[in-house]
Design a protein around this ligand. Structure first.
Ligand SMILES: Cc1cc2nc3c(=O)[nH]c(=O)nc-3n(C[C@H](O)[C@H](O)[C@H](O)COP(=O)(O)O)c2cc1C
Length: 190
């Protein structure tokens, strides 16, 4: 039986952002990718997610701003960590910032709204790979920092769910051991 969707899931793996280079999807391809990725399950149809596109100068400016903020918060940062901060946004040519924009007054629990935004991030990983690109979902301190959220234009009830780094893999992505069915799955019995 032909099961292309399962083939995609079975082949899914992240490509470390350090291994992602040019080219990234062009604007038309990116639009197709995002239009597919936002077809997520969404309790209450709240659309509790947003995506900001970082490329080129804007991406570099964002990376530089984050490095300055990290240094400001910790002037004793080691050289290695300082270097890492500087480079984080230099590798992949495209970064998609997926956020959850939750409605705290909705009867839909905030957890469910966050899960919906998470589905968008995951769809972007799958879709990017299906198009022949590589991608990695990263967070780090910046995803939880309100100054960074403000820099991205987010207000009180919006926060970063993930930075999805996208590009062309420079090498075949490493595989890792995957969860085993028997460890994860069990019949429930009353
Ligand atoms: C919400 C979320 C945040 C993550 N943040 C990071 C991160 O900041 N740094 C990192 O090295 N991996 C992070 N990861 C893990 C990688 O995206 C990736 O899943 C991991 O390297 C395993 O590779 P795989 O996707 O092929 O299983 C995160 C994953 C998720 C779901």
């Amino acid at each position: 039986m032909n099961q292309p969707t399962l083939d995609v899931l079975n082949a899914r793996r992240s490509v470390p952002s350090r291994q992602l280079g040019e080219p990234a999807p062009d604007d038309a391809t990116l639009r197709r990718l995002i239009e597919a990725a936002i077809r997520v399950p969404d309790h209450g149809k709240l659309e509790p997610f947003r995506i900001r596109i970082l490329r080129g100068d804007a991406k570099h400016a964002f990376g530089k701003a984050l490095a300055s903020m990290a240094l400001e918060a910790n002037p004793d940062l080691s050289d290695a960590k300082r270097d890492k901060e500087q480079r984080r946004y230099e590798y992949a040519p495209l970064v998609l910032v997926v956020s959850a924009k939750v409605d705290p007054d909705s009867k839909v629990p905030e957890l469910e709204q966050n899960l919906t935004a998470g589905c968008v991030a995951y769809n972007l990983l799958l879709g990017a790979q299906a198009l022949g690109y590589g991608a990695q979902w990263l967070t780090g301190w910046a995803a939880y920092d309100r100054d960074v959220a403000r820099l991205l234009g987010m207000k009180k009830h919006e926060h970063v769910v993930g930075f999805i780094h996208v590009g062309t893999p420079a090498m075949e992505a490493p595989e890792r051991e995957r969860p085993s069915y028997d460890d994860i799955v069990a019949p429930w019995q009353p």
